[in-house]
Design a protein around this ligand. Structure first.
Ligand code: ATP
Length: 323
């Protein structure tokens, strides 16, 4: 982690340290005509941290990245990348960031080597071609035309171009979409390596395991808003532990309610009960004593924390109902 004398500046009422904060987003709104794709979101990414933006299709993730990459001025709110406005002060930011878009635009007739060399010509402090191709596992495809690369190999070439200029901040929009499981893991290693070297990464992904594996912090977006945000432990910890069991002939009102059960909610679907609780041990004990005294068998009894996938699906479902 870099250390430097702290220089503080005010942004949107909070004090940010430009030596420790690489990306700031405060009250960001973004419109396309009358349609508001991003509706007032805020988050910060510390230097050398990896932040994952998750969300349903059309949630506003790519739009947020586009603003941070300096392609649009925000319709409302304020963003800073490495302490600069990425749109108004693009020259100060451009060579310090790397970008992997969802869709690459290559010259298909060039070879991999020619593509890298073309980019090297106007990239200050660029890595050597061999080194960058080695990093993304494409060294053996140097003389192959881009048109002959597989989808996964094109994704790796994308990454090669993004990391060529040793960026301080890397924006990755679904970097592993279309990759086979081994290639995904190779890309994860590459990203981890860059984060270990101090690179800040803002990543969007639809693979929740990718966020679980890589992210220091994450946000789940839906309909232009951030619904939940924090470290993985914080996001998971906002939901209670789930006790599930099958029980025929009983309803939620038959369970040991009241002072004994510190539950948050009880749901019944068919014969399956789900109790969400903040005091799993206590509630489980109450439930087991209740069942034992009545000689009731609780079928397929399970106690577990909700997964990120369940939280994601809950967000999508709850917000759909609320819409
Ligand atoms: P996905 O996961 O599907 O890639 P996303 O979270 O990245 O989605 P965005 O691409 O940011 O979402 O799109 C957010 C919303 O803005 C969507 O409803 C999309 O249709 C709309 N949108 C995006 N780009 C434009 C544009 N250039 N003009 C008009 N609407 C747009």
């Amino acid at each position: 982690m870099r250390s430097a004398t702290a220089v503080h500046h005010r942004s949107g009422g909070t004090v940010c340290d430009v030596n420790t904060t690489a990306i700031e987003v405060h009250g960001l709104h973004q419109k396309y005509g009358d349609f508001e794709a991003v509706k007032g979101i805020g988050f910060e990414v510390g230097r050398g941290q990896l932040y994952a933006l998750l969300g349903t299709n059309g949630a506003g993730k790519t739009t947020t990245l586009d603003v941070l990459e300096g392609f649009h001025a925000p319709t409302g709110g304020r963003v800073r990348v490495l302490g600069h406005d990425p749109f108004a002060e693009r020259a100060q930011v451009r060579h310090r960031i790397g970008i992997v878009h969802q869709e690459a635009g290559f010259y298909k007739d060039l070879t991999v080597a020619e593509t890298i060399d073309a980019w090297r010509r106007w990239t200050p402090h660029a890595l050597e071609r061999r080194e960058v191709l080695g990093r993304v596992g494409l060294a053996h495809r140097e003389q192959v035309r881009v048109s002959q690369l597989s989808g996964g190999e094109k994704r790796r070439l994308d990454l090669a171009l993004a990391v060529l200029g040793r960026p301080e901040v890397l924006f990755l929009d679904e970097p592993t979409t279309g990759l086979d499981p081994e290639a995904r893991r190779n890309v994860w290693e590459l990203i981890r390596g860059m984060v270990d070297e101090g690179t800040t990464v803002l990543l969007t992904t639809h693979y929740l395991d990718e966020a679980e594996q890589l992210a220091h912090r994450l946000a789940i977006m839906h309909g232009g808003r951030i619904v939940t945000e924090g470290t993985l432990a914080e996001v998971l910890g906002r939901r209670g532990t789930r006790i599930t069991f099958r029980l025929a002939g009983f309803g939620p009102a038959d369970l040991p309610y009241g002072s004994d059960l510190v539950k948050r909610s009880v749901e019944l679907s068919g014969e399956e009960f789900t109790v969400e609780t903040d005091a799993a041990q206590e509630d489980l004990h109450t439930l087991l004593v209740w069942a034992h005294e009545r000689r009731i068998e609780l079928g397929t009894l399970e106690v577990r924390r909700p997964s990120l996938e369940e939280i994601f699906l809950d967000v999508a479902e709850t917000e759909k109902v609320a819409a």
